[in-house]
Design a protein around this ligand. Structure first.
Ligand SMILES: *[C@@H]1O[C@H](CO)[C@@H](O)[C@H](O)[C@H]1NC(C)=O
Ligand SMILES: *[C@@H]1O[C@H](CO)[C@@H](O)[C@H](O)[C@H]1NC(C)=O
Ligand SMILES: *[C@@H]1O[C@H](CO)[C@@H](O)[C@H](O)[C@H]1NC(C)=O
Ligand SMILES: *[C@@H]1O[C@H](CO)[C@@H](O)[C@H](O)[C@H]1NC(C)=O
Ligand SMILES: *[C@@H]1O[C@H](CO)[C@@H](O)[C@H](O)[C@H]1NC(C)=O
Length: 557
C-alpha cells in the first residue's frame, strides 16, 4: 500500500557512506526546507496554531529589546522589568502562514518559559511566566478580519507561580496546570470557585533531582480512560486528578536517565486508532519518549563538558496489563528535539542538539536533520533521516504543524539577551517551513482534496458527518487506502507539544459520487467522549495511500 520508494542509494555512494567516519547523511529521506522569514523580530520560543490559521508566537520580555516595534508607536512601561523598563519593542507576534506576514502583539508582563492551551472556544489561554508574569493568565481570541485583536491579561489568575509548567485540556473544558519550578502541585484554569486551590503532587517531589531538577515541563497526556499520564524525569504515573490518587506506577525507563527539563527529551501520544473500537474508550494508547540527556549532563555543561545526548526512545502501552518500555535506537543522539505529529500519523523529530542540555549556552552539535518515526512499521524500520536545514535550532526553538501539512520551525535563543554576534549560537529570529515528503509534487495525483465540509463546521460527540473529497489520478480510490485523521493543535515550547493529540476516525465505507469522476464521500464518526478528545478545534485530514489532504477545521462539541 505504501507509495514511498525504499531508500535506494547508488552503490558507489553507499560504499563511500559506509567508509566515511564523518556524519554523511543520505539524501533519500526526503523533505524540503524553505526559509519563510529572515526575521519576525522575536525568537519563536512558544508557538500555538489557532483555528483562524494564525500562529501566536512569543518569547519573553526580560532580555532586552526585540527587533520588532509595538504597534502604533506604543510602549510598555514596566518598573518591574530587569533589563528595559521602557520598552517599545514587541515580544509576541501573530504569524499568518497563508500570506507569510506577521504583526506585533502586546504582552504586558513576562511570559518566559510559560505554558498554555487552546480552549474549547478557540481562545488561547496562556499561563504564568517569570517575575511579574508568573501568576498571570493571558488570553488571546483569534480574529478573522480585524488587525486589532491582542492579548488580554488577568492579574493573579493563578494560585501559584508557574514557570516551566505543563498544561493539558480536560474533558470538562478546563486546563490542568501541572508543576513548574519549585511547585510540586497542580491547579486548574478556570477555577470552579473563588478559592484559588492548589493540590499537592508528591510525584513531583520524588522525581526532582535537586539542583538540576530534571522534572520540569513534565510530559502530560490525557489517557483514554480520563486519567492523566504524567511522565517526569525517568518514570511515569497514571493519575486521577479528581480523587488525587496515583492509579498506577509505570516502570522506570530503561537506563534510568532523565528525559525532562533540563535533560530535555520529548514525548508524544501516538495516534489513537478509533477504527478498531468505534465508540469505546478501550482504545490502545501508547506514549513515545525520545532523546534527552544522561544524568549529570546539566552540571557538566555548567563546567564546559558537553555530554552526548541520549540516542534512544522508549515506547509504552499505557493501558497494557503489564506495561513495559520497548526501547528503540534513533539514528543519532538528540537533546531538545521537538516531536511533531503529522497528519498521516507519523512523528517528525526535529530541532535540538547532539550534546549538552537545555539552559543558557548548554547545547552543542546542532542536529540539522529531522528524523521521521513511523509508528506503524515493525521495530527496527521506523526511523528515516530527513534532509537537513542549515539553521541550528538550539534551546528555545519550536516546531508545529500547519493545516497545509508543512511544519513551521523557528526560534533558538540560548542566551540571556538578543545576542546576534559574539556568541556560538546567535539568537535566531527566522521562521522556516519543513515540507515532509508527502507534499512532494510526485504525489499530486493521489493527493486528496477536501471539498466539504468547509472549515469551521461544528460536530457533536459520536456524531457522523460526511466528508467529500476529490482525487485527480485516474483509477478508483479504494476504501482500504483511505483514512481520516483529526489533530489537536498543540501549544509548543521547550521541545514539548502540550495537548498534541491525533485520532484516526472510524469511517463507514467510501463511495464514489456518481455525478463527478474522481469525487468521493466518506462518512466518519466523531469520537464518543471527551476522554478520547476534549472539546475544541481539530484539523481533520483525509489521507489517501499515505498522502494527506490539507486539513479543515472542525469544532468538536
Ligand atoms: C536586529 O536589528 C538590528 C538593528 O536594527 C539589526 O542590525 C540586526 O541585523 C537585526 N538582527 C536580525 C537577526 O534581524
Ligand atoms: C469581522 O469580524 C467580526 C467579528 O469579529 C464580524 O462581526 C464582522 O462581520 C466581520 N466583518 C467582515 C467584513 O467580515
Ligand atoms: C493601531 O491603530 C489602528 C488604526 O487606528 C487600529 O485599528 C489598531 O487597533 C491599533 N493597534 C493597536 C495594537 O493598538
Ligand atoms: C477519579 O476519581 C473519581 C472520584 O473517586 C471518580 O469519580 C472518577 O471516576 C475517577 N476517574 C477515573 C478516570 O477513573
Ligand atoms: C549579549 O548582549 C548583551 C546585551 O546587549 C551584552 O551585554 C552581552 O555582553 C552580550 N554577550 C555576548 C557574549 O556578546
Amino acid at each position: 500500500m505504501s507509495l514511498h520508494q525504499p531508500c535506494t542509494l547508488p552503490l558507489l555512494l553507499l560504499l563511500l557512506f559506509l567508509a566515511s567516519a564523518a556524519a554523511v547523511v543520505a539524501d533519500c529521506g526526503g523533505g524540503r526546507w524553505q526559509l519563510l522569514q529572515r526575521s519576525i523580530g522575536i525568537s519563536a520560543m512558544h508557538m500555538q496554531l489557532l483555528s483562524n490559521d494564525r500562529v501566536v508566537i512569543f518569547d519573553r520580555t526580560d532580555f532586552g529589546r526585540s527587533n520588532i516595534s509595538l504597534a502604533n508607536g506604543s510602549c510598555r512601561e514596566d518598573p518591574n522589568e530587569r533589563v528595559v523598563t521602557h520598552d517599545c519593542s514587541a515580544h509576541s507576534v501573530e504569524y499568518d502562514p497563508a500570506a507569510n506576514t506577521f504583526r506585533p502583539l502586546t504582552v504586558q508582563t513576562d511570559v518566559w518559559c510559560s505554558s498554555g492551551s487552546a480552549m474549547p472556544d478557540g481562545r488561547l489561554v496562556q499561563t504564568g511566566g517569570f517575575n511579574d508574569g508568573d501568576r498571570r493568565v493571558r488570553s488571546f481570541s483569534p480574529c478573522k478580519n480585524v488587525s486589532g485583536c491582542d492579548w488580554v491579561e488577568h492579574e493573579n489568575g493563578l494560585a501559584a507561580r508557574r514557570w516551566y509548567s505543563t498544561n493539558q485540556l480536560l474533558p470538562d473544558g478546563r486546563q490542568i496546570i501541572v508543576g513548574g519550578r519549585r511547585q510540586f502541585n497542580y491547579e486548574f484554569y478556570p477555577k470552579n470557585d473563588a478559592a484559588a486551590q492548589l493540590y499537592s503532587l508528591p510525584f513531583l517531589v520524588q522525581t526532582n533531582d535537586g539542583k538540576s531538577e530534571n522534572n520540569l515541563y513534565p510530559f502530560v497526556f490525557l489517557n483514554v480512560d480520563g486519567n492523566l499520564f504524567i511522565f517526569a524525569n525517568n518514570r511515569a504515573i497514571l493519575y486521577n486528578y479528581s480523587s488525587r490518587a496515583v492509579v498506577r506506577n509505570y516502570p522506570e525507563i530503561p537506563g534510568g536517565d532523565p528525559r525532562s527539563y533540563p535533560s530535555t527529551g520529548s514525548a508524544a501520544l501516538l495516534p489513537l486508532d478509533l477504527t478498531l473500537h468505534p465508540g469505546a474508550d478501550d482504545v490502545a494508547a501508547e506514549v513515545l519518549v525520545c532523546g534527552g540527556a544522561p544524568r549529570g549532563s546539566f552540571e557538566k555543561a555548567g563546567v564546559g563538558e558537553f555530554v552526548k545526548g541520549l540516542g534512544n526512545c522508549g515506547r509504552i502501552g499505557i493501558n497494557d496489563p503489564n506495561p513495559v518500555w520497548a526501547m528503540e535506537s534513533m539514528p543519532r543522539e538528540r537533546v531538545m528535539g521537538d516531536m511533531v505529529m503529522l497528519p498521516d500519523g507519523n512523528v517528525l523529530i526535529v530541532n535540538g542538539a547532539g550534546s549538552g542540555t537545555a539552559g543558557w549556552e548548554n547545547g552543542r552539535e546542532p542536529v540539522l536533520n529531522p528524523v521521521l518515526y513511523r509508528p506503524g512499521n515493525p521495530a527496527g524500520s521506523r526511523f528515516e533521516v530527513q534532509n537537513p536545514t542549515d539553521v541550528p535550532r538550539m534551546y528555545h526553538s519550536a516546531a508545529i504543524l500547519l493545516r497545509d501539512g508543512r511544519v513551521l520551525v523557528g526560534g533558538s535563543n540560548p542566551h540571556v539577551y538578543y545576542n546576534f554576534t559574539g556568541v556560538m549560537f546567535p539568537t535566531d529570529l527566522s521562521l522556516e517551513a519543513f515540507s515532509p515528503d508527502y507534499l512532494d509534487g510526485r504525489f499530486d495525483g493521489v493527493r486528496p482534496a477536501i471539498v466539504s465540509p468547509a472549515g469551521g463546521v461544528g460536530v457533536g460527540y459520536g456524531e457522523k458527518f460526511v466528508i467529500r473529497f476529490t482525487v485527480s489520478a485516474a483509477g478508483a480510490v479504494k476504501g482500504d487506502d483511505v483514512a481520516v485523521t483529526m489533530l489537536a493543535p498543540p501549544f509548543t515550547t521547550h521541545s514539548f507539544g502540550m495537548n498534541q493529540r491525533l485520532l484516526v476516525l472510524g469511517s463507514e465505507g467510501l463511495r464514489s459520487v456518481a455525478a463527478a469522476a474522481g469525487s468521493y464521500e466518506v462518512t466518519v464518526r466523531m469520537p464518543g467522549s471527551g476522554n478520547l478528545a476534549p472539546a475544541g478545534y481539530y484539523m481533520v485530514f483525509v489521507v489517501h495511500r499515505e498522502i494527506p489532504s490539507t486539513g479543515v477545521w472542525v469544532k468538536l462539541h
